[in-house]
Design a protein around this ligand. Structure first.
Ligand code: SF4
Length: 304
């Protein structure tokens, strides 16, 4: 078919083959992006998946730190971001310089860093974690003094579960999850009184305290699959609704409408086709950053 006659989907399929590429879509991207992806999931799960394939090119439909994590795990592959201007506000709250300074102030603390950080910031961590394994990572440490960065909500959730350790928090958060209000959630509970309630630990304590279940997006998905309930209130970013609906047909999911991460919605099918065609939006990290940032990620994978 002449390229001018192609639909954007046909263009992506052709370019994927020509480039030997795979497409990864984060759970928070728009439905049409998730539908065209080879894998959908959370950022670390996708990066690990990508490192196991023989693809030459990884198109990461997500924000910049996710592409960087994929590059750290697959340094020999070309990693493309369809929208390199899609930046995570929480990752921007913890610079490598500020973390290096805090480490000096707290030399006895083990630095546990959420995966939602840039590659350079990861070089300043002792061990990385995700929302799904943060509890296991913190519990596994020999040290009983921890500096947890950058999400104060996830950190304080873990601190409540591990009271025997001293956990110092960083003053960062996901503005999307942190700004979901108890009023919004209470209104959802009034409208759907039989719904089972789940929230992401990036939400603040007031929200988490009224939930039936707290967990990462993958944990929520797995939990929904095993439950008999038909109705759920899910307190996380609204993009997750599509993944839940396609994975759990017949069940109904209600989200707080304010929970929209705009940078995740920048990505369009056209932007995927364009980056594949022109190899634009490549993640470039210095070799020493890749080497040093890989260590805390490797430690986390070993703990798991
Ligand atoms: S939802 Fe929050 S943590 Fe996730 S990418 Fe958006 S700003 Fe970052």
């Amino acid at each position: 078919m002449h390229p001018l006659m192609e639909t954007v989907t046909e263009r992506i399929v052709r370019l994927k083959k020509e480039r030997n590429a795979i497409i990864l879509a984060h759970n928070y991207t728009n439905p049409e992006i998730q539908d065209i992806a080879d894998f959908t999931g959370d950022s670390l799960g996708l990066s690990i998946q990508a490192s196991k394939t023989d693809a030459d090119v990884i198109v990461f439909c997500g924000v910049t730190f996710m592409g960087e994590t994929a590059k750290i795990l697959s340094p020999d592959k070309i990693v493309l971001l369809p929208r390199p201007d899609a930046v995570c506000d929480m990752a921007a709250m913890c610079s490598p310089e500020a973390l290096a300074q805090r480490r000096k102030e707290l030399p006895d603390h083990t630095v546990v860093g959420y995966v939602n950080t840039t590659g350079p910031t990861k070089t300043q961590m002792d061990v990385c974690c995700t929302s799904g394994n943060a509890l296991k990572v913190v519990r596994s440490l020999d040290s009983d003094k921890v500096l947890f960065v950058p999400d104060k909500n996830l950190g304080s959730y873990i601190a409540r579960l591990v009271p025997e350790k001293e956990i110092v928090l960083w003053n960062g958060c996901c503005p999307i999850h942190d700004s979901i209000t108890l009023e919004e959630v209470s209104e959802l509970k009034r409208r759907y009184p039989d719904a089972y309630c789940m929230a992401h630990p990036e939400c603040n304590e007031a929200i988490l305290s009224v939930m039936d279940f707290v967990g990462s997006t993958e944990a929520m998905l797995n939990h929904c699959k095993t439950m008999d309930n038909e109705e759920y209130i899910i307190v996380t970013e609204v993009g997750m609704k599509h993944r839940l609906e396609t994975s759990c047909p017949g069940k109904r999911f209600h989200f707080p409408e304010s929970a929209v991460c705009e940078p995740m919605k920048y990505i369009t099918l056209e932007s995927i086709a364009d980056c594949l065609e022109n190899l634009t939006g490549q993640i470039v990290l210095d070799d020493d950053i890749i080497r040093d940032a890989f260590l805390p990620v490797k430690r986390m994978i070993e703990i798991n």
